[in-house]
Design a protein around this ligand. Structure first.
Ligand code: HEM
Length: 225
């Protein structure tokens, strides 16, 4: 057990944990997006999806625990790596012409991640809280989950916050995806350009598809019949 903790605590070990937790979050986002896209098919589809989650609640609780641990590890180690990098290169950006050595998203990874963290706090305190702990009588109708989400997404400040957060999420994913592959050592002259292309498609696809939801409910939605 000691060797495991020691290797997790080494610099490369920390990067490895970042890559593993990041990979789990990458997969979670795909599943989360598929669930959220049912919003386009109306109240029945979305409530059906939420009720299905309810049926497999014990499994969902386990996934949520892994998700929480992944987020906590990812945030703590991400911050640690950022501090270590700063200590190692205190004047880096002045003399290193950093734009030549790293992409915009990699240089800003810590700050971009911090904004996503703020988004997550707002996101969970509205949807996760309301879905799980808040049940006022007025919302006891059969479309309540759909109505909660659509109600929030029709508020301009809330929806615009989501749209901005999704663009920032795209930048984070763009760098994170490639970085995870590098950490796992899957670096190959032939395949690295392909991995980069997949990372770009994934980041743009995720950000675009997630952002399309608030855009639709803010600007194009005419109410459910
Ligand atoms: C348009 C964008 C999004 C919408 C409409 C949306 C909607 C929702 C809803 C309705 C829930 C509550 C589900 C439940 O508790 O059963 C939820 C939970 C959650 N969302 Fe989102 N979400 C969006 C984007 C995101 C993004 C980008 C992230 C991560 C960066 C994220 C992370 C989470 C997490 C961690 C949970 C708790 C998961 C769980 O308890 O199973 N969401 N979201």
């Amino acid at each position: 057990m000691g060797w495991l903790l020691r290797s997790m605590n080494s610099s490369i070990g920390k990067k490895f944990v970042m890559a593993i937790t990041g990979s789990f979050l990458i997969i979670f986002l795909i599943v989360h997006l598929i669930g959220n896209l049912t919003l386009y098919f109306g109240p029945e589809a979305f409530n059906g999806y939420v009720e299905t989650l309810d049926i497999i609640k014990p499994l969902i609780r386990v996934i949520e625990l892994v998700l929480l641990l992944s987020f906590v590890y990812h945030i703590i180690y991400g911050t640690w790596l950022w501090i270590e990098n700063k200590k190692a290169r205190p004047v880096s950006y002045k003399i290193n012409a950093s734009s030549e050595n790293s992409t915009f998203s990699s240089r800003w990874m810590f700050w971009i991640g911090s904004i996503i963290f703020i988004f997550l706090v707002i996101h969970l305190s509205t949807f996760f809280y309301r879905f799980n702990f808040y049940d006022p009588e007025g919302l006891a109708d059969q479309n309540k989950y759909y109505n909660i989400v659509v109600g929030f997404l029709q508020m301009p400040w809330y929806s615009i916050l989501y749209i901005i957060a999704m663009i920032i999420l795209g930048l984070h994913l763009h760098h994170g995806f490639q970085s995870a592959f590098q950490t796992f050592g899957w670096n190959h002259k032939k395949y690295t350009p392909l991995i980069k292309a997949i990372g770009r498609i994934y980041a743009i696809g995720m950000a675009g598809a997630f952002a399309s939801i608030p855009i639709y409910f803010l600007f194009f939605y005419g109410g459910s019949q």
